[in-house]
Each structure stands twice: as C-alpha cells, then as structure tokens.
Design a protein around this ligand. Sequence first.
Ligand SMILES: [Zn+2]
Length: 569
Amino acid sequence: MKSFRYLFLSVFVLAAVYCRHEPPAQAADLVLINGNIVTVDKDNPRAEALALKGDTIVALGLFKEIKPYIDKKETKIMDLQEKLALPGFNDSHVHFFSGRHAFLSFSFDGVTSFDEIQRRVKEKVMEKWDQEILPGKKWPAKELLDEVAPNNPVVLHRICGACALVNSYVLRISGITKDTPNPPEGAIVKDPGTGEPTGILHWKAMDLIKQPQPSDKESHEMDKEAARLALKEAARCGVTSVQDVPGSLATSHPRVLDRKIAVFKELLDEGPLTVRVSVGVPLTSSPEKIKDYKEWKRMLIDNHHMLKLGATKFFIDMTLGSSTALLAEPYKNDPSTSGLLLMAQEELNDIVAMYDKEEFQMAIHAIGDKGVNIVLNANEEAVKRNSRRDSRHRIEHATVILPGDIPRFHALGVIPSVQPVFGPSYGQTIQPFFENRVGTERTRYTNIWRTLAQANARLGLGTDWPVGSLDPMERIYSAVTRKSISDKTGGARLPNESLSREKAIEFYTLGSAYASFEEEIKGSLEAGKLADIAVLSRDLLTIPEEEILNTEVITTILGGKVIYSSESK
Ligand SMILES: [Zn+2]
C-alpha cells in the first residue's frame, strides 16, 4: 500500500513538471521577442518575451519559456530589438473633451509673458486677406472656407477691417440668405447668377453675424471629431487608459455629460475607441441624475473593459494661482484671504457618506491644505457612518498638505491623484510661486509625492490634460527631477520629494489602475491581464535624466492590437 502511494505521488509530481514545461494548448496570436520588458509585477519584474492571445497576455518570461506559444502559421512575431516595453500608461486625470479642443483652437503653451499672449492672439485675429494680391485680384468666396471648415464658424477680415469673408456656417447661423436686404451702411455681396450671398459682408453687414450657438447635433459631431483627434494623441503617447474627470461647470452641464457618454458609447460601438476610458461624472443632488449614473454603471460593462463609469467629481476649493485654493492660514501674498470653501464640512460629510453608501467613488478636487483636510475629514466620517469599505475615494491634486494629514491617506484608503506638472510659467521661479502663496514653512509640504508614497499612500499619476500635455515622458521627467520641462536649467524644487523612475512608472500604470478599481485586469504585464503595452525608443530606467524628454513611443498595443507605430507615421 505504501509503495502504491509513493508511485501515485511520483506520477503526480511528474505530471506537474510535465504540465509546466509542455507546450500550451493554444498558440499565441502575437509574441513579442528580444524585449527589455518592465512588467511592474513585483513577483516577476522583468521579461524578454511575451505571448498574447486575443486581448490578453497568456505568458511572459524568458524566450525559451515563450517559444512553445509560437505556431509558425498562427503566431505573429514582433522583434522589440531590446527596446523597453512596459504597461500602457494610464492617465488618472484628464479632461478628454476639453483636451480635444486644444486641437481645435490655438495654444498658449510655453508662454511666459503678457506680450507673447497678445502676440499670439493678434497673430490669429490679424490673419487678414487682401484681394489685391490674390490671383486676378479676385475676391474670395465662402466655398473656399466651406471645404476646410464646414462645421465651424469662420470669419476672416479683409486687411482694412471694413469687410469680411465668412463661411456658409456663419451665414446659416446668422440667417443671412439671398432674401436678406442690405442693412444701412452695409452690403451683402451676392452672386450675380444665383443671388446667393458669396460670403463677403461689407461694413455694417458684418453686424449681422451672430455668435454661433451650435445645435445639440452639431455639438455632438464636434465632440466626436475632437474625441477622434484625442484618441490619436493618446495612442501616440503610449496612453492606453484615461480617467476622464468633469472640469469646469460648463463641462459638468447635464446635457454635456449625456452627450459625452453618448459619444464614447458611439465610438465604442462603431469604432474605433482606442483608449480605455473611465468616464467621471459631476456631483449631483438630483435623484433622477443619480438614477442615470446607476443606469450608466450597469450599461457600461461587458465591453471588453473599454468603457466604464468613473468617479463622481466635485470641487472643495479652486487654485493657488488665483488665491482661491483653501489654506489653513491666510495667503502670504494676500493676507485678506485664505481661499474659497465651496461646501461646508457638514454638508460634504453628508454627501460623501451618501455617495459612499451608494457605492460611488468620489474624486474631490482639493489643492489647499485646509481643503485637503476637509475632504479627509469627510472620508473619516463616511467610514464612521458606513464602516470601512473598499471605497478608494480620491483627492485630485492634493497640492498642499498639513503634516498631520500625511498618514491619513493610507489610514483612510484615500488616493492622492497627482499630476507632476511644473508648468513653464513656474520655471526657475517655481519656489517663489509657492513661497509667495503659502510661505516658506508650508512650501515644504507642497507636492510631497515621495513623502506620501513612503507613508504608503497609493498614488495615481496623470497630466490634467490639456492643462499639461498628454505626454507621459514630461510627467515622468518632472516626477523624477522635480524640474520644469521648459526650463531644464532651473533648479529642482524640493528634490527630496522626487519619485524614483520605477515608482513614477508604477504609479502611472498600476497606481492609476488601482485608482479606478482595475488593478486586477491591467496596470502590470502579467498572464491573464489585458495586453496593453507601450514600447519606447529609450531605456527610461537607465538613460540620463535629460534624455527622458527625448524618449518616444515606438509602438502602442491596446488589447493585443497595434494602435500606433512610429514607423507608419
Ligand atoms: Zn483637472
């Protein structure tokens, strides 16, 4: 009997060994080889090859371990040529629908003086034409603009400013037709053949131009077009997940929100939705809207993890730059104010506890130390009322923190969702910027990412796009150097608060995934997780600091499919 048991055991052990080393049942769709793969998985931090099937990673490790997944007929091979590959970036705080407007308007990026703002505006508004130097001195007509701008209002003044060329869109919204009479001291130029307005409006006829009020349908189309541009930008930046948060009051309007959900849903259904989106919603006290949120939460599942309802966003204060972030002590540059409190503690307690009970995640914007303190208090109260749950409420920005509040992030399970943006306007003067507002002593407690991480807080990293660019290299550069991206010679700000490169990458991938309850399915490269991968031109972990900004994304893979390749640009 005894020997029989031994035999049984040895067969079992053999079977286990056999299973571990034998070829898998199915061949991979794609195998990445010759890689320097940083997995962000503590148990298995590096790999040289990775096999994926459908949208999921099936195995990763040494080439000899992955080789059995290669089927000559079925498996595509991608040679990474020893480049660094890592989980696709997950931006924990973007304004996706405002970000896309950055493409449709013009930019003040890198502007450091009032003159420059004026110059750029002038450049735009002074873009004037003169038929005298056009071929045949011919007057231009609306068709010229309609072709390139069918859905936007365009008004181009002639060099003299006394007349303008407008497109059909402007004529339509202004109700200017062939039957519109000329106003006194003005003229609507009409085509001698058809009688239709040509688009040229002289002097007082320009007063007929109405401010555009796009219809819901037009707004929807504009949003969709802009979202497509934003998707392209995300793919170019190796960003495979974004957490969209409502920004200003205007973008929190219920109609805007409904449209946003509809646009994402359409992109999901019709394609191509090439970034996973967690759609944040604004705080509401309307029972109907809360019902909508619950309905969306139910509706936005079973879509291969492409689209989900995100956190409920709310503002407790505003910004340091405008002296409206709520500070524990008055502003140094304006002692008459300590900033703005947008909701009293008791009311916030009730709201957070209510949303918490309904299993909604809160993402509350708090920049000043008193603002952060009030939000932490509300979280503490929610734990008291509802008992401790895995709520993962977030504080967006958490820029200034009272020393006593540092351990409370971990204790309450509150996530600091931070954006390592040291904007160009700070540059070398970044230190005075904070000192001017919060004073020398409290400046020590601004953007304390390393301290928070050491206190076991789980950070999510992002850009606040379009406040910062969507490019993760800029954020990683600022996170590890504590320097401004536009003024690299300027000194590092509180260098002791820098993150290691490994930590910056971890927070930008797994940390952000945790911040949206998705760390089980993405954020690191592990068998069974989604195959969202970014391949970079440089080894982010070993190159000199200054080279981080020159690092480019070579390939972006989302759910096993290549959605961007720098070679096919
Ligand atoms: Zn924001």
